[in-house]
Design a protein around this ligand. Sequence first.
Ligand code: AMP
Length: 130
Amino acid sequence: MATIFTKIIKGEIPSFKILEDDNFYAFLDINPLAEGHTLVVPKNEVDYIFDLEDSILAQMNVFAKKIAIALKKSIECNRVGILVVGTEVPHAHIHLIPFKKESQMSLSSPKLNFSADEMVKIAEKIKIQL
Ligand code: AMP
């Protein structure tokens, strides 16, 4: 069965899209640890990130870097952290988290709550910097 991320990539479930190319799709995390918390996923559905082909894993990091640079320019933060956990959704993904406090890099920290309108505005200000 398709993962929720595959359904997002196919447009069957809505998302606040940041960027996509032939191989990857990036969108805002619906339960963000910080403003601008973004997920980068490969379009090819693979559960465990280290099962990805070497070239895809390398390209995924370069794709994530482009977004991290845009996040640093658009969101007030100390730096953009990367996190890979993957225990909730069995579809490899990188969390990009523009954090002010180190505690925001833990998935067990409290999540922020933005309205849909606010999420649209956050996505827009990130995309302008791409
Ligand atoms: P993990 O698999 O533990 O790395 O975390 C999965 C992440 O996916 C969590 O941070 C969720 O908030 C996020 N997530 C789950 N469903 C959606 C969705 N429909 N849209 C955006 N983010 C989602």
